[in-house]
Design a protein around this ligand. Structure first.
Ligand SMILES: Cc1ncc(C[n+]2csc(CCOP(=O)(O)OP(=O)(O)O)c2C)c(N)n1
Ligand code: SF4
Length: 331
């Protein structure tokens, strides 16, 4: 009977299997291409399973391809800078400058201005830093870069704490997470339930040309967003969620799984915005409760155990639900 017939789907041609070789050349991932630049080369000293190293490799290689290999990167102090560049060694295969912890955006604005006045407009500028360097100490410089609409793509690698110096809390640390500078014991150990500081939304409030969130769980989407950002001039901001096995107390092999769970719980929504308006979002395919994500991380271990902290788990779930409603993440 006709309605029992099913169309045969050749899934491999439309997916990212076998190194994308079944896709047309222009559709293949940057990393699937032999001519990728390997901008962040092997030999660096990141921990096993470091989401930040993975995110940076994909982001900068995609930016290099989009900018015809003409990039200068400015790097705030933090894990990415320290593990890639223990002087006099470096894993970077691109012109790369280490700024201070808090002024990567300002240094990048200066580099972009220098390119402009010397007529080297084909050379594009990227600034990058961790969540501490971005949402806390570098926030003023970043807002200035946005407000002047300087021609810089700023990438924040959000591992939700100051990892390089031993896991101190940042304004991107989620509520209840244990860090070296949050309550270790007591009735409610871990980070407080504040209001949160959502830098992608704050970036949007500057009406800059492009803002996006991305995740190492969806590297194809990450490459797409970086490529799109490089096709635009003016201030651009991409906020990438990058699990940190050391700071999160998670298994190195779980990095991608955790990044995916953060997206599928609604805790880390994936979206794009142009000139202050949301223009795209990635729908959640399999919604999961926040406990499935939190349970895999020792920084949240105190929420479980013999007597689970139902009250605070419910508050975290409510935050995820709020994101799902706000960004329209379910069909
Ligand atoms: C003015 C100043 N204060 C403190 C430090 C020490 N410091 C270096 S990196 C860092 C934390 C970086 O955290 P984050 O930006 O979140 O990046 P991550 O290491 O987590 O990737 C700190 C506190 C510094 N270099 N400069
Ligand atoms: S501490 Fe975290 S961010 Fe730093 S290198 Fe290790 S895994 Fe990566």
């Amino acid at each position: 009977m006709p309605n029992e017939l099913q169309e045969v789907k050749f899934y491999q041609t439309g997916t990212f299997t076998v190194g994308n070789r079944l896709l047309g050349e222009n559709e293949r991932a940057v990393q699937a291409n032999m001519r990728r630049t390997n901008s962040l080369n092997s030999g660096h000293r990141a921990c096993q399973g470091c989401g930040e190293a993975l995110g940076a490799r994909y982001a900068i290689d995609a930016a290099m391809r989009a900018a015809n290999n003409q990039i200068i990167a400015v790097n705030a102090t933090g894990c990415l800078e320290v593990f890639s560049t223990p002087y006099p060694e470096s894993s970077w295969q691109i012109p790369w400058i280490h700024s201070l912890f808090g002024n990567a955006a300002a240094v990048a604005s200066g580099v972009a201005a220098a390119m402009r006045v010397t007529g080297r407009t084909a050379t594009r500028v990227i600034a990058q830093g961790g969540d501490g360097g971005t949402t806390d100490i570098g926030f003023g410089c970043l807002s200035g870069m946005f407000e002047r609409n300087d021609d810089v793509l700023y990438i924040c690698y959000d591992n939700e704490a100051y990892m390089n110096t031993g896991v101190q809390r940042s304004s991107a640390t989620p509520p209840t997470a244990r860090t070296a500078t949050t309550m270790a014991v007591g009735k409610q150990p871990g980070n407080v339930f504040g209001t949160g500081k959502n830098v992608p939304l704050i970036a949007m409030a500057h009406y800059i040309p492009y803002v996006a969130t991305a995740s190492v769980a969806n590297l194809r989407d990450l490459e797409f967003k970086v490529t799109k950002a490089m096709g635009i001039h003016g201030a651009r901001y991409i906020h990438i969620h990058v699990p940190c096995p050391l700071g999160w107390g998670s298994a190195p092999a779980d990095t991608i799984k955790l990044a995916r769970l953060a997206v599928e719980t609604g805790l880390f929504p994936l979206f794009e915005a142009e000139h202050g308006e949301i223009t795209g979002r990635t729908k959640i395919r399999h919604r999961v409760p926040v406990a499935d994500y939190l349970r895999l991380q020792k920084r949240f271990a105190h929420l479980f155990g013999t007597k689970p902290d139902e009250e605070r788990l419910a508050r975290i779930q409510a935050n995820a639900d709020r994101n799902i409603a706000k960004f329209g993440l379910l069909d």
